[in-house]
Design a protein around this ligand. Structure first.
Ligand code: HEC
Length: 145
């Protein structure tokens, strides 16, 4: 009886951890997908595939800023090996990782303060935001197998 309780408790603990791990990993991916979708929207307008819409640019930049602010919250201790694309290098360079995420938010906010009036201004927006994405991915995102 005691043994069964212990086994149940152990199973519950393991279940609790894996649910937490899944949530952590899902939040990382959700925030990044949000940034990816936002960049996609701005890019499509820049290329003329979508009509210019300043409100949509604003919403997209707000989503990118939110990602920048929240992303590091999902990289606590003990979440190094969740089997996603987060590189172990993140935990070895946590200050740099956090600074890059904060810079993404700050750069998105700087663009929000001077929203372009037409599609011609979107190249500069992409140029200000894009290097944040690629720079961090090169260092801290594992390549898909
Ligand atoms: C501070 C570092 C950092 C910055 C800045 C950053 N990323 Fe990421 N990105 C990551 C990491 C780490 C992953 C892997 C996350 C995982 O698998 O848990 C990732 C994954 C992604 C993914 C894949 C998500 C999925 O479905 O698994 C997309 C899309 C993405 N990033 C887009 C962007 C875009 C667009 C930007 C810029 C607007 C950006 N990222 C900026 C670190 C960053």
């Amino acid at each position: 009886m005691k043994l069964r309780l212990a086994v149940t408790a152990l199973a519950l603990t393991a279940f609790g951890f894996s649910a937490f791990a899944n949530e952590t990993s899902e939040m990382r991916e959700k925030l990044m997908k949000q940034a990816g979708g936002a960049m996609g929207t701005i890019g499509a307008m820049a290329k003329g595939e979508k009509p210019f819409d300043q409100d949509a640019v604003k919403t997209a930049l707000e989503a990118i800023a939110e990602t920048g602010h929240k992303f590091p919250d999902y990289f606590g201790e003990g979440t190094e090996n969740l089997g996603d694309e987060a590189s172990p290098a993140i935990w070895e360079n946590m200050d740099d990782f956090k600074a890059r995420s904060a810079k993404l938010a700050a750069d998105a906010e700087a663009q929000l303060a001077q929203l372009p009036a037409d599609a011609a201004g979107l190249g500069a927006v992409m140029g200000a935001i894009g290097p944040n994405c690629s720079g961090c991915h090169e260092k801290y995102r594992l390549k898909k197998q």
